[in-house]
Design a protein around this ligand. Sequence first.
Ligand SMILES: [Zn+2]
Length: 266
Amino acid sequence: MKTHPPLFLHILVIVISLFVTNQALAVDCNAVRAKYHCPAQKHQLSLSFDDSVGSVTPKILDILKREKIKATFLVLGNKIDCKKYKAGTKSLALCNQRFNTLKRIKREGHDIGSHSYEHYHHSKLNPAQLRNTIMRSKALLKPFFTTTPPIFRLPYGDGWFNQKKAPQVMQALKKAGFEHLGWEMTAYDWNEKYQHGDQILDNVMNQLCGGKGRNGVVLFHDGVFENEHEGRVFTANHLARWIPQIRCAADFKPLLFFKKRQLKKR
Ligand SMILES: [Zn+2]
């Protein structure tokens, strides 16, 4: 007569295999911290995405939801200005998709700010052009702002990092009622030379843990300003793998954790 192994053996095998699978997926944080010379004490970091909204933004939102992270999206006004397209065109359909994604960003509790209407070098604009691109973005994004005052991030940081040389840009933002949002760390994910392997993760981890280490806002991109619908595909494809490794060295915080004094939640 054929004998069967007892039921508890079956259960034991299932439990062991579940354990092994989980171990394979889990990140070895000791190895990650050793690789980037991170201290045991965690830093604090807030994710932000520029040139929003793009075709990959929903994918990024799925990842953030799963990881329970609240991020900040800096939106280019021209990407959600759907009135400029004719009825029945593919461009209008794509614009409506982006507009719906923007509504989802708001619904899911992320922060939203302006990245201007056009992705210009703002220090090179004349006063009328400067005011026009800032105010157009403000009119379009008004229903979506999540903070008081609303936030604005200058394309290329131009007018912010060089504000001594071009003070008119920050003055125009202030006059329009915006608070500028800079960044403490940058992923350089827009740069094709880093879109290989984990070089973008390396950029973030080296800034986070290098030297004395850093806390603050880190700049990623979900959109591509040269292409109004496409997004940063490489970032969207790898972010799910990078987040658990970043988490070995930092806790993810919402923007207001760092901007309590400057901003209130709307
Ligand atoms: Zn940009």
